[in-house]
Design a protein around this ligand. Structure first.
Ligand code: GLU
Length: 425
């Protein structure tokens, strides 16, 4: 896959491994919690998976047929929820795994949702504004039967943004014959978006970094931070860490990485990045993504794509804390190696749950037609993230498991209980 940070290609085999690893940890978590095997059988794959073909009239007059997916993992707790990614490397298996992670995130931050995820195989970097609009609208028409404000609520993900959410909301509103802001989250503010949604994932990661640093006795002021990926999460996060007095010594994008032991000029880089998070092309003096990951630092934040820290480089990671802002950046073998080496790893399903949390706030505001201030959103997000971090940290300590297994244990419980009460298992 041509990654958001472009470090490597993710092939079908790697994606299969991502799903398999997720299933392995879910199995372990359910076992630890004492659930019977049929609970695992229910939760190991999405309940529903829709594959669609989307014909799009291109600007040159030709018609291109795109493939899209929408996975709904489990709706026992409530409607399913999760983003839509536009990416050439999207596969059915990846979307499945991502929908399971969404269920876990919703369980961890205790939202009344199950997990869902969507994806379209395309490269938005090669498409015009109008082509993207037609693709976005076509996708909504194709999946309209299984989505809706009380069924399955999409949101942004890799390479999708508030403009795409706006088109999708408009298309759904036409189909539904009502103004339906609650159909999708991550919308522009004027269309019922929430304050703080754009930066929510990074805010959540920042809170996890702060809490993890406290546990490890690391001061944020002056701490050396390396961020892989300069997309939505990576760019906001670099800014928040920089503003908190940390030294962001390394960042990367799809084409390379930048390193300065004295701290990078984050405001300058933010100013120069394009909407796909590309900035390193402007510099001659770059390092590789591999070198970036192995830099000596206090906090390493993989904020790009899957499978970045593997058994091949886990021994070379020189951070004290690894906080996963991307989905699935560390393999299971690497998780074990890092944990054995005493590196505190804050897993994706916890660290990146700030985005869906503020999406939930957006949906609540849409449903009640009453909108909150930025301060209200921030205060509520802060409380939820701190509580979730600590409950998982404590579970890891008391059950003597790593943070990832602890997070899965916390995340899976509500889904399993709701499925039991409904009489499904
Ligand atoms: N795509 C984001 C994620 O992976 C956000 C999902 C949402 O807001 O529903 O968590």
């Amino acid at each position: 896959m041509v990654a958001e940070n472009g470090t490597k290609k993710t092939n079908q085999e790697e994606t299969n491994n991502v799903l398999k690893s997720t299933q392995t940890v879910i199995h372990k978590a359910l076992e630890k919690l004492g659930y019977p095997e049929e609970v695992y059988e229910l939760l190991k794959e999405p309940l529903r998976m829709m594959t669609v073909k989307i014909p799009v009239r291109m600007d040159d007059g030709s018609t291109k047929i795109f493939t899209g997916y929408r996975a709904q993992h489990n709706d026992a707790v409530g409607p399913t929820k999760g983003g839509i990614r536009f990416h050439p490397g999207v596969t059915e298996t990846e979307v499945k795994a991502l929908s399971i992670w969404m269920s876990l995130k919703c369980g961890i931050v205790d939202l009344p949702y199950g997990g869902g995820k969507g994806g379209i195989v395309c490269d938005p970097r090669d498409m015009s504004f109008r082509e993207l609009e037609r693709l976005s609208r076509g996708y909504v028409r194709a999946i309209s039967q299984i989505v809706g404000p009380t069924k399955d609520i999409p949101a942004p993900d890799v390479f999708t943004n508030s403009q795409i959410m706006a088109w999708m909301m408009d298309e759904y509103s036409r189909i539904d014959e009502f103004n339906s802001p609650g159909f999708i989250t991550g919308k522009p503010l004027v269309l019922g978006g929430s304050h703080g949604r754009d930066s929510a994932t990074a805010k959540g990661v920042t809170i996890c970094i702060r809490e993890a640093a406290k546990k490890q006795g690391i001061q944020i002021e002056g701490a050396r931070v390396v961020v892989q990926g300069f997309g939505n999460a990576g760019s906001y996060l670099s800014k928040f860490m920089h503003d908190a007095g940390a030294k962001v010594v390394g960042i990367s994008d799809a084409y390379g990485a930048l390193y300065d032991p004295n701290g990078l000029d984050i405001d300058y880089l933010l100013d120069r990045r394009d909407s796909f998070g590309t900035v390193t092309k402007l510099f001659n003096n770059t390092i590789s993504n591999k070198e970036l990951l192995e830099l000596e630092c206090d906090i390493l934040v993989p904020a790009a794509i899957e499978n970045q820290i593997t058994k091949d480089n886990a021994h070379d990671i020189r951070a004290k804390i690894v906080v996963e802002a991307a989905n699935g950046p560390t393999t299971l073998e690497a998780t074990e190696i890092l944990t054995d080496r005493g590196i505190l790893l804050v897993p994706d399903v916890l660290a990146s749950a700030g985005g869906v949390t503020v999406s939930y706030f957006e949906w609540v505001q849409n449903n009640q037609g009453y909108y909150w201030s930025e301060e209200e959103v921030e205060e509520k997000l802060e409380k939820i993230m701190v509580k979730s971090f600590n409950s998982i940290y404590d579970t890891a300590q008391t059950r003597r498991v790593d943070m990832r297994l602890a997070a899965y244990m916390v995340g899976v419980r509500k889904m399993a209980e709701a499925s039991r009460f409904r009489g499904w298992i």
